[in-house]
Ligand binder design. Structure first.
Ligand code: 2PG
Length: 246
């Protein structure tokens, strides 16, 4: 049996302030740190252990991974960071409060920006200081691949090659690997893994800090997927994420 566990980062400062975050590199809140540690404890208690882990270039995911691995005494395992696991780029919405944005543009429009498969917010202007091309951490990424906004479809396009060539491929060597990333980069992975349609993916909202386990047979066919933790609490957390824009 092979397993991949997906873990959305713990609560970030901008989750708490209810702001669109995307590629902005905000830190975890104290609560987010506790969520990350709790995720590590839950994975240990479930008997999970990992040969390798993957995360993004953004500190809320990197730190979540480190806190969780520390709780599992797995600080030593190889970790690969990649920009392809970064959050969906939220374009000019980054930094704006979600409820205020819904009041200004209407909740239907904000729902499309947040959850539709193919609608992207307007891009950051090319010379905006937040354009990833000005950030040294992306200096090795070909300029044409760096987004100034993304739909979930765009996110899928950049995540899938990495998912197939690096994460799935790592199961040749390891039985279990952990991926700590973001609400929408993980929605992109779940869509591909479970074959969720463009229409149905709008209904998926991933809670922070809850391990999501995928089990595969030896031919890497998906056999089962489930969240660790209390079902009722997870349902409430998902509803809270869905309702952030009011
Ligand atoms: O702001 C963001 O980057 C994401 C994740 O926090 O938000 P949303 O859930 O609205 O897609």
């Amino acid at each position: 049996m092979k397993r991949i566990v997906l873990l959305r980062h713990g609560e970030s400062v901008w989750n708490k302030e209810n702001r669109f975050t995307g590629w902005t590199d905000v830190d975890l809140t104290e609560n987010g740190v506790e969520e990350a540690k709790r995720a590590g404890r839950m994975m240990s208690e479930a008997g999970l252990s990992f040969g390798m882990a993957f995360t993004s270039y953004l500190k809320r995911a990197v730190k979540t991974l480190n806190y969780a691995l520390d709780m599992m005494n797995l600080d030593w395992i190889p970790v690969e960071k990649s920009w392809q696991l970064n959050e969906k780029h939220y374009g000019i919405l980054q930094g704006l409060n979600k409820k205020e944005t819904a009041r200004k543009y209407g909740s239907e429009q904000v729902f499309l920006w947040r959850r539709s498969y193919d609608v992207a917010p307007d891009p950051l202007p090319d010379n905006d200081p937040r354009n990833p091309r000005f950030d040294v951490r992306y200096s090795e990424v070909p300029a044409g691949m760096l987004p100034r906004t993304e739909s979930l479809e765009d996110t899928v396009e950049r995540v899938v090659p990495y998912w197939e060539n690096c994460i799935l491929a790592s199961l040749d060597r390891y039985d279990q690997v952990l991926v700590a990333a973001h609400g929408n980069s993980l929605r992109a992975i779940v869509k591909i893994l479970k074959g969720i349609s463009d229409e149905d993916i709008v209904n998926l909202n991933l809670p922070t800090g809850i391990p999501y386990v995928f089990e595969f047979d030896d031919a890497l066919r998906l056999r089962r997927d489930y969240f660790l933790g209390d079902e009722e609490e997870i349902r409430r957390m998902m509803e809270q994420v869905a309702g952030q824009a009011g």
